[in-house]
Design a protein. Sequence first.
Length: 198
Amino acid sequence: MTQGPEETRIPERTAIDTPSAERSRTLTLGVVVERQPTGHRWQAWRFVPVAVQPGVVSDRPWRLLAEEDGVSRYLAASLTLELHRKEATDYRANLAGRTPVVYVVMRPEPGAVFAWRPAVVTVSPSRAEAAVEYGDDMVETVAMPPAVHAWVQAFVARHYVDAPAFKRRRKGRDKAPGEGSDFVRVDRRGDRGEADDA
């Protein structure tokens, strides 16, 4: 089966990579989907995302790329991957995994020739999980291309902040109710913080 365009490095500033006060960045991804036979009577085909291609814009959905042994590969859609500064911790967790991935949210299209379509792309595990909590969407993963990995990594390096995690502990827990109602912030690593009013 023929392969997609050769992987290239994403320039610091391109038309497909748009900064917005550096709080967010966007990148266009072409989503490649395979239509695979299932062998089942009631569901003849399954639609499986197999790759994303940075900077690839489809002139029309479901453009046929290749066919082999009953499997058809399509450039199904061009979607926008958006990074947000507040989600940098989530992206960092993805990058730290054994195989960083891009999550592709597939949405059902009842009655259509292509029964599922790519609707959303994200590199946030939390967003991917939220996408399947309601409705009929399903989430598939594809390997994160090296150029996308470098782009996400640069964003995380700029915006990730390793903030200490705190919990609240009552001060004077051995006293009677009404006495010692202040709380103290306790660093989970063991350092004491300042007292807070309840």
